[in-house]
Design a protein around this ligand. Structure first.
Ligand SMILES: Cc1cc2nc3c(=O)[nH]c(=O)nc-3n(C[C@H](O)[C@H](O)[C@H](O)COP(=O)(O)OP(=O)(O)OC[C@H]3O[C@@H](n4cnc5c(N)ncnc54)[C@H](O)[C@@H]3O)c2cc1C
Ligand code: FES
Length: 268
């Protein structure tokens, strides 16, 4: 496979801000990436030394075309995300992107539901803001274990987003999971055009079941562990049932957004 040099970029970090417990928003000056669409991701080197050796994939959280910036939203879970959270403005980051496909029907007039579990908010925030800026309706649902594990109200208010929150301890919004909240939303009689979901696999599996029960198509953004991110190593392959046949597809090349009904969560 030939390297695609158009996808290789070095970008300056403009801002790092903590937005919730263990969550950081990074703004990168990256004019060549400002054509990216909701759902796409970048593959980023988090350090110059050997730890972490491999790049890590991160969703494009927002594109600020005027400022020439792309934004990332990261939750610290290991060495790469910790290193990124400690960077200061002026740092230079090496990344590949934009990669992957986008959420379907970006400009559809009928309102979708965007269902995010925790840091699964990263790509859905971009989709929500894109629809908001285009004057298109949608509902954004966001779930977390507790209120402090999610960004504060100001994070959403300042850009005009009004998410429906679900927390398992009931400290903010609905008491329960985002799946429980989605179930209530669907049972209230409103039928969304589709559901876009991103979050942990058990959450996605349950949302696909809910979508089937209510005859609403579900699109899931999958977060496999990745090595090459360009379809060469098959390290990110995920199982799908297509026409009754089991098939493994690379999430980086064919996704990360897939038809939820085809994803085979039983095999993971
Ligand atoms: C397309 C895509 C988009 C992503 N977007 C974001 C994003 O916007 N923000 C964000 O914070 N993260 C995102 N991720 C996940 C992120 O790439 C991983 O969590 C990454 O491994 C973190 O690197 P680390 O070195 O900090 O942690 P690691 O040392 O790599 O991992 C720490 C621990 O988390 C576990 N882990 C890592 N990744 C996953 C995963 N995907 N599912 C389950 N367990 C995992 C590891 O097994 C390990 O136990 C995305 C992943 C994909 C594939
Ligand atoms: S990470 Fe190598 S094929 Fe997807």
């Amino acid at each position: 496979m030939n390297a695609n040099f158009d996808l290789m970029h070095r970008c300056e970090l403009v801002e790092v801000a903590q937005v919730a417990q263990g969550w950081f928003r990074l703004k990168l000056y990256a004019p060549p990436l400002t054509g990216a669409e909701p759902g796409q991701f970048i593959h980023l080197r988090a350090g110059i030394a050997t730890d972490p050796l491999l790049r890590r994939p991160f969703s494009i959280h927002y594109v600020d075309q005027k400022a020439g910036e792309i934004w990332l939203l990261i939750r610290v879970v290991g060495s790469a995300t910790f290193a990124l959270s400690r960077l200061r403005p002026g740092a230079c980051l090496d990344l590949l992107g934009p990669l992957g496909n986008t959420f379907p029907a970006l400009e559809e007039t009928a309102a979708p539901v965007l269902a995010a579990g925790g840091i699964g908010l990263a790509p859905l925030y971009f989709l929500a803001r894109r629809r908001l800026e285009a004057g298109l309706a949608f509902d954004l649902l966001l779930g977390g274990a507790e209120g402090s594990s999610l960004p504060g109200d100001n994070f959403f208010d300042r850009v005009g987003l009004k998410p429906l929150l679900a927390t398992e301890d009931g400290s903010r919004g609905f008491r329960g999971t985002v799946v429980d909240l989605l179930k209530q939303h669907l049972e209230s009689g409103e039928k969304p055009a589709r559901i876009h979901a991103c979050g942990p696999l058990p959450m996605l599996a349950r949302i696909v079941e809910l979508g089937k029960a209510h005859a609403v198509p579900v699109h899931v953004s999958l977060e496999s562990l990745m090595a090459c991110a360009v379809g060469a190593c098959l390290g990110c392959a995920f199982p799908f049932k297509i026409n009754g046949k089991l098939e493994y597809r690379p999430v980086c090349r064919d996704g990360p957004v897939f038809n939820g009904e085809e994803a085979d969560f039983n095999y993971v």
